[in-house]
Ligand binder design. Structure first.
Ligand SMILES: [Zn+2]
Ligand SMILES: [Zn+2]
Length: 299
């Protein structure tokens, strides 16, 4: 697993690599433009070269781009949908430029409207963005389920994937906090595994391509999206270890989006804690496996 963090690009794109390295990241996530404005920034070739060079000299193997929060591919307003489309297309092109694993996208919100219609609108916008670009993957992020947000269940994610054409460039980014807040108890390995078995039977194997590890400040099924630092929320160290050690996640990038000890985002110690919790989770799974084996009657 490539564990890392969301990092700032302040001062230049390559600065993200520097910040990732300081935090011993194997994966980083960035915003390709200011997350709260529509204004798109384009990378110069020089910037891209410097970034790629920095990446080559680092331990970071995967970069994710998080699309900006204003994007709502499902909006009932054609103008917002059009803006969302151009923003998303821009992010996908930036992703191709810098060799990103994928652009992570909140699928959109139905607001107070009909969910099934919103899913179709989101699918259409996403399909168009994919048709207008090539290469970079798009990862639909599961949501906590607040308000009319789409992607609160694997069934909704499946419907979104289908509505967007079901192509191979569409993946899923699974966020541990959102998963828990949406009602999936993942605080023990066995429970985590049954959630993933359900995921696989619903969206198919191999769709989950990236991960967000966040503890949850709100309880199971609260439908509220409040990230807590790793081990300090409702998931706790045990829940985070169960999530991190799931077998299908072994090769995936997994980034922290926590407030961090000082409120400025994840720091080195927290990334190290996540890596240690993955090891702990794996150890506990092996122990459980041995206990199960020794409980079997001899042949
Ligand atoms: Zn997330
Ligand atoms: Zn969140």
């Amino acid at each position: 697993m490539l564990i890392g963090a969301h990092v700032s690009t302040a001062g230049g794109l390559w600065k993200a690599v520097e910040r990732g390295t300081e935090r011993e990241c194997r994966a980083i996530q960035i915003f390709n433009q200011s997350p709260r404005t529509w204004r798109a920034s384009t990378y110069s070739q020089e910037e891209v070269n410097r970034f790629r060079q920095a990446m080559q000299g680092s331990e970071i193997e995967a970069v994710l781009i998080h699309a900006v929060y204003l994007v709502n591919c499902a909006s009932a307003e054609p103008e917002i949908r059009q803006r969302s489309l151009s923003c998303l297309t821009h992010s996908l092109r930036a992703g191709s430029q810098i060799g990103a694993r994928g652009v992570v996208l909140h699928p959109g919100s139905a607001k107070t409207g009909e969910v099934s219609e919103a899913i179709l609108r989101a699918g259409e916008t996403i399909a168009q963005a994919l048709a207008d670009t090539e290469g970079c993957e798009l990862h639909l992020e599961n949501t906590a389920g607040a308000g009319g947000t789409l992607g609160r269940s694997f069934e909704e994610l499946r419907d979104l994937i289908d509505a967007a054409g079901g192509g191979d460039r569409i993946g899923v980014c699974l966020d541990s906090c959102h998963l828990f807040a949406s009602g999936c108890d993942i605080r023990e390995a066995a429970k985590m595994d049954s959630v993933l078995a359900h995921a696989e039977s619903t969206i198919g194997a191999g769709r989950i391509r990236s991960l967000h590890l966040n503890d949850s400040a709100t309880p199971l099924g609260s439908n509220r999206d409040r990230h807590a630092n790793i081990g300090e929320g409702e998931l706790g160290e045990r829940g985070c270890a169960a999530f991190l050690s799931a077998a299908p996640f072994a090769e995936l990038p997994c980034v922290l989006e926590t407030p961090g000890a000082s409120g400025k985002g994840p720091e080195l110690a927290e990334v190290q804690l996540a890596a240690a919790l993955r090891e702990r989770g794996l150890r506990q799974r092996r122990q459980a496996e041995r206990r199960r084996a020794s409980a079997q009657p001899p042949p």
